[in-house]
Design a protein. Sequence first.
Length: 223
Amino acid sequence: MVEKIAHNAPVLVIGLGRFGAGAAGQLDRLGREVLAVDESQALVQKWAERVTHAVQADARSIEALRQIGAEDFSVAVVAVGSSIEASVLITANLVDLKIPQIWAKAISQSHGKILARIGANHVIYPEAEAGERVAHLVSGRMLDFIEFDDDFAMVKMYPPKSIRGVPLSDTDIRKKFGVTVVGVKSPGAEFTYATAETVISNHDLIIVSGKSSAIERFSALQS
């Protein structure tokens, strides 16, 4: 039976480079208790006031992990990426400590395959994903791009001319373009859910969902 983990469970973050520090900082802003671990005393001191707890330890040692109470956590993030050997050893230690949910950063497909095989539940490829995201953003009027499984994506973008000034129900957008407008932001206002009656203006931003290929075609329409 898969163990159910509380949505606000404390998180162990190992590695305070850019990726790990970013994850730890955002988790703290979301109200999550965070124990951040790094070998570097300088990085630990830098982040000591920004997360719940920050300690200096060598996570390659399972005994060091036990001493800081790692086995009490149900969620861990292995943010060490520059050393594949260290990343694999730390992940293996967390598996041995029976951490239920392990997120691990990988710098290559082969690295990710090893992490998955030894027990990482989620393997993240931040550099590859960032590169793919940029490729979409530089190609048109998209301002942000998030791709999920099965080629499904959501983007923030400027609205093409063909859907402005009339209710969304009159644009037949889903039938014509294979995408759905799910949110709209007018200048100075917050994003709101789009409805059939929503009328998009020249100055609005929109959130669109659909297949990546359909969104690419939609974003290339005349502005």
